[in-house]
Ligand binder design. Sequence first.
Ligand code: SAH
Length: 267
Amino acid sequence: MDAPAVFTEGDFYQQHFDPQEYMKEFYTLSDGQGQPNTFLTQSLRSLFKMFSLDGLRGDTLIDVGCGPTIYQLLSACERFQEIIALDYTDQNRRELERWLKGEPGAFDWRPVVKYVCELEGDREKWAEKEEKLRRKVKQVLKCDVTKANPTDPVSLPPADCIVSTLCLEGACKDLATFRSALRNISALVKPGGHLVMLTVLGETYYAFNQQVFSCLRLEKNEVEEAVEGAGFEVKFAETQPWPPGDIRADCDALLSLVARKRAPTSG
Ligand code: SAH
């Protein structure tokens, strides 16, 4: 498979991204053949580890490019009181709302929630965690990371933390756009607050449901430099190799990163 000839940006997601198919493909714990989904379990372990770091707590958390998924909030919701989720695509925000409201047909996240509860020490707390997360997500809003104010016309007060998983590399067609998107989302977090990111490295496309989406091919140092350039200090960065033989994407590795926003320099 090849990457799309023209980079697929936000409007392509709006037209072609099927949230249910996406979750079925990437967010079930084992595939049709009963093979474990190591991409997912690695992501959940990384998020658990990052949201256990010192200082990763506070009142407000903003999820940038949430998509239709909640896995990225499962450890986070133990550390923050209020969550705002942002995404470009109407159908993804709607799909997330379906789960939040417990509507029929919403994706079944229970196996994933149980897995995270087990990591956190008590598998039996899964229902409590679901309830907690549903209670803490206060708003689901439209955003565009390529805009100076991603939530325009809404202005959000800066949060204590932002989390962004697998969004910027899909939304940004080149490194310059990626760098400016990081500066844009940096404005959503307070000085001293944190950025938690999961990013794929070396990927040019991913595919599901016979649709191919572009991905900006990134290296670890490019991500770190862009994060530093957006006013953060990298505190934690770890890569995990992508499970070989995966035909759904041409990714090399998964990068987990935590950075702390510097205080503005005066003068
Ligand atoms: N965070 C989820 C979804 C990742 S898929 C996960 O970890 O699985 C990529 C997401 O980026 C999609 O939900 C898509 O709607 C969103 N996206 C694409 N372009 C965007 C843009 N310009 N601004 C904000 N989000 C965008």
